[in-house]
Ligand binder design. Structure first.
Ligand code: ASN
Length: 330
């Protein structure tokens, strides 16, 4: 038919999950169903696009890894080069959905829409949220307005940008939010409605490229807390980390013993970035001594997204000034 062509890349997750009964919404098997089964469950998709599915992996997204991320980024770029492909939808578990979305936001070499979608209730549940989410994701992937907005997450009638979105609730269907920075738009009464877009660099304006890479540098995250010491920093260096993201308290604050460990990490050539375990606000220079120690700042990126940006940054440079520029621009 004379409809846009949308490719659906499937990776698993609860959207493809199955349970023993319709009331079972935990302890199910994520990533169980094949992509064609998910497409067949939403016949209305055929009225808006010619969709074809492609199974990349069948995992629960807590098991997402670098080889699969690289494979996805390469496949997305390969497909979008084809002039007959209008957009891409990626079905994905919600646990690491924001990470895959942000990774692709930095690596997609096209302004065609790339939309990630998941579900909080397995496909077998009463009021499963997957089918409507999938329909809405395909709608956004065919929307002319979605062009150039960067990679998006569509769930629960809300369109969020990959950069700003985070999972905020362990079980609720309204889990994906962009706290304070806000959503890009909605799907209301079946219509795609955009209200804003990010000012940060992404997709066609991004300098990153993994087309010739098979692996990424190791970057670890250290989470701060009362009684934080230097054990985790030392362990990361010993494990061969080229970068460390510190998920600090407050405005990226660091406990004195951890600071000593991180200073030694910098002396060993490791790039240390101060992020925060606080969900809102930029991490800025809060104490001059942390800038003097060579620690960089993550801006508003949460630790898990800062980790991905640092991995990609380290594929291009090990110059802290250059890497700070990247944190300021993406
Ligand atoms: N709601 C979900 O998709 C959670 C699941 N554990 C996953 O991330 O694959």
């Amino acid at each position: 038919a004379d409809l846009p062509n949308v490719k659906i890349l499937a990776t698993g997750g609860t959207i493809a999950g199955t349970a023993a009964s319709a009331t079972q919404v935990t302890g199910y098997k994520a990533g169980d169903l094949a992509i064609q089964t998910l497409i067949d469950a939403v016949p209305a998709v055929k009225d808006i696009a010619n969709v074809t599915g492609e199974q990349i992996v069948k995992i629960s997204s807590n098991n997402m890894n670098t080889p699969t991320l690289l494979k996805l980024a390469k496949r997305v770029n390969e497909l979008l080069k084809d002039p007959s492909v209008s957009g891409i939808v990626i079905t994905h578990g919600t646990d690491t959905l924001e990470e895959t979305a942000y990774f692709l936001n930095l690596l997609t070499k096209s302004d065609k829409p790339v939309v990630l979608v998941g579900a909080m209730r397995p496909a077998t549940a009463i009021s499963a949220d997957g089918p409507m989410n999938l329909l809405n994701a395909v709608k956004v992937a065919t929307s002319p307005e979605a062009k150039g907005k960067g990679v998006m997450i569509v769930m629960n009638d809300v369109i969020n940008s990959a950069r700003d979105v985070t999972k905020t609730n362990t079980t609720n269907v309204a889990t994906f939010k962009s706290p304070e920075l806000g959503a890009l738009g909605y799907i209301g009464a079946g219509k795609v409605r955009f209200y804003k877009q990010s000012t940060k660099r992404h997709t066609t304006n991004s300098e990153f490229d993994v087309s010739n890479l098979e692996t990424l540098p190791r970057v670890d995250i250290i989470y701060s807390h009362v009684d934080a010491d230097r054990v985790m920093a030392d362990a990361a260096v010993k494990a061969g980390a080229k970068g460390i993201i510190h998920a600090g308290t407050g405005n990226g604050s660091i406990a004195d013993p951890t600071e000593a460990g991180l200073k030694d990490a910098v002396k060993n050539g490791v790039i240390v970035v101060r992020s925060a375990r606080v969900p809102n606000g930029p991490t800025t220079v809060s104490l001059a001594k942390w800038k003097d120690a060579g620690f960089l700042e993550s801006d508003t990126l949460n630790p898990q997204k800062a980790r991905l940006l640092l991995q990609l940054a380290l594929t291009k440079t090990s110059d802290p000034k250059e890497i700070q520029r990247m944190f300021d621009e993406y």
